[in-house]
Design a protein around this ligand. Structure first.
Ligand code: GLN
Length: 546
């Protein structure tokens, strides 16, 4: 059902950040898909970093990596999980990237002597990003990060305003996400922040077509009327977005509130197919009435900010969906775990996951977690750094390499894990040394691996050749394969050239798997990642033992 020019839906936010704009965009994408339309989702980030790759997870949450190796905003993860459409390099852009493109064009003399300015050069670059390479889709949903009124966001809002005029009539829609706070002292919901936010938006020339008002309580008819009147938006286009018990119930509830039908009527689309939401209903039912519960300890470094592990959290939920159980996460701070004796605590959990990470802080705690999981026969899932730490643990305690370490934080030890200075991608050699830039120089994106016949991972994947997304600088040194295999750690996944260990496992253990890549990035609620399903299944068996 693809029309010639896609229709554009612009999603902006007001009042406060963290209103779930990314989720709202993903949910709307899923609703349009459920009516048979093809969608594409994009994110514009007004900050000055070229990409979020060099930002601390405390600042920005997780860095989501696409198949083609873009280090991007975590909202792209929501888009992929909800719509199943794989995002690419051209789906996320930042002010930093836009300026760096413009400056390099200016240096090459491409502006033919013109004065390079925010309008039209920056705004043109933004519009080009929004409209280029849209593919064969019916709708492009384009979310702007930050909140209306932010200085950095202005060129983006200006570009949206211009696009509205340049696109054919009825080809674009502005949806603005705001907050309706409940003031306990007054016992009332308040419309004023929404009014102010829309006023701000209109002052820069954008009249929203749809308002999604996030609220913790039902919005009354009179408040809806008031918002409609003051914000110049049709009453039926004031949609309430209530807090949800699970993000996977959001498409259903926004559909119930009329979001997708309002969008379609804005575009004047008549006789649209009705929405088939049966798969969302099924997921929502499974989540509401699980058959049991497993508890997974996640031993990480940024545990105070769950957004830092967004895809891990979601992939665990998906593993739970596959096994019809609820997965409860116990966040353990790696550094604390290093010093405390938490064996008692581990008795009440059913599996340990050590996620990706960088640097020395907390590394010994993660090594200890791998050791306890291995020796207490608790299911263990090591991801990227978590795999590297499991290998160091095995080297130290199974193979007797006392000073086994990683050159990421220890140049003195015996480096079982070391900096990768060259590797091949698509037949080309990529080189790097200690001095290269930090940004964008890791092994990034999708790479294939060959699995060992009869291994746990072959059983879980059900095939021998896989392809997974990477984001790391260091690698386990293949030279240690024989010594570690001799003491019981199997290298069950290797790069096709035989040089890079991609998976290790311990066959003589209920479930102990470490992977150099990030399987969580490819897990979907409707297609849980096989390793997350397998890990949760093993944890479920463990829960029946204790
Ligand atoms: N710091 C490790 C590396 O660069 C692991 C990275 C990660 O866990 N994503 O290899």
């Amino acid at each position: 059902m693809v029309s010639n020019t896609p229709r554009y839906i612009f999603i902006t936010g007001g009042v406060v950040s963290s209103l779930g704009k990314g989720l709202a965009s993903a949910a709307l994408g899923a609703l349009l898909q459920s009516r048979g339309y093809k969608v594409r989702l994009r994110k514009l980030d007004p900050y000055l970093n070229v990409d979020p790759g060099t930002m601390s997870p405390y600042q920005h949450g997780e860095v989501y990596v696409t198949d083609d190796g873009a280090e991007s905003d975590l909202d792209l993860g929501h888009y992929e999980r909800f719509t199943g459409v794989s995002a690419t390099q051209s789906d996320n852009i930042t002010t930093g990237r836009i300026y760096s493109n413009i400056i390099s064009k200016e240096r090459k003399g491409e502006y033919l002597g013109a004065t390079v300015q925010v309008i039209p050069h920056v705004t043109n670059e933004i519009k080009e990003f929004i409209t280029s390479d849209a593919g064969n889709v019916d709708f492009v949903l384009c979310e702007v990060g930050g909140t209306v009124g932010d200085i950095e966001g202005l060129p983006f809002f200006e570009a949206l305003r211009q696009l509205r005029q340049e696109l054919p009539i009825n080809q674009s829609c502005h949806m603005h996400v705001t907050l309706m706070p409940f003031i306990a002292a007054a016992g009332e919901m308040k419309t004023k922040p929404t009014q102010h936010s829309v006023k701000e938006l209109r002052s820069i020339g954008i009249q929203p077509d749809i308002l999604l008002c996030r609220a913790e309580r039902e919005i009354s008819d009179s408040d809806r009327k008031k918002i409609s009147r003051f914000c110049n938006v049709r009453e039926s286009s004031v949609i309430q977005g209530l807090d949800a018990s699970s993000i996977y119930t959001v498409p259903l509830s926004y559909h119930y509130e009329g979001l997708d039908s309002e969008v379609l009527s804005h575009f004047n689309i008549k006789n649209a197919p009705s929405a088939d939401l049966s798969k969302w209903q099924k997921i929502s039912d499974t989540l509401k009435s699980p058959d049991g519960e497993v508890i997974i300890a996640v031993v990480g470094k940024y545990t105070v900010l769950p957004d830092a592990y967004k895809s891990i959290t979601e992939a665990l939920v998906h593993g739970g969906i596959a096994n019809k159980v609820k997965v409860k996460i116990k966040w353990l701070e790696a550094e604390e775990f290093e010093n405390n004796d938490d064996i008692e605590l581990l008795k009440s959990i059913h599996g340990i996951l050590v996620p990706g990470g960088f640097g020395q802080r907390g590394s010994e705690g993660k090594i200890k977690a791998a050791n306890l999981a291995r020796t207490m026969l608790l299911p263990y899932f090591g991801i990227c750094f978590g795999m590297q730490m499991a290998v160091i643990e095995a080297a130290r305690n199974m193979a007797g390499i006392e000073h086994a370490s990683s050159s990421e934080f220890d140049m003195e030890g015996e480096n079982i894990v070391g900096l990768m200075t060259e590797w091949s991608k698509g037949g080309e050699k990529i080189h790097r040394n200690l001095e290269t830039d930090l940004g964008g120089t890791m092994r990034l994106g999708q790479y294939p691996a060959i699995l060992t016949k009869g291994s746990v991972v072959e059983r879980e994947y059900g095939k021998l050749k896989i392809s997974e997304r990477h984001r790391h600088r260091y690698e386990v040194n293949i030279d240690y394969k024989e010594r570690l295999e001799a003491v019981g750690m199997l290298f069950s996944g290797i790069s096709p050239d035989g040089l890079l260990p991609e998976i290790v496992e311990i066959p003589n253990h209920p479930w102990f798997v470490g992977v150099q890549y990030h399987p969580e990035l490819k897990s979907r609620p409707f297609e849980p990642h096989p390793l997350f399903s397998g890990f949760i299944k093993a944890a479920l068996m463990q829960s029946r033992l204790v």
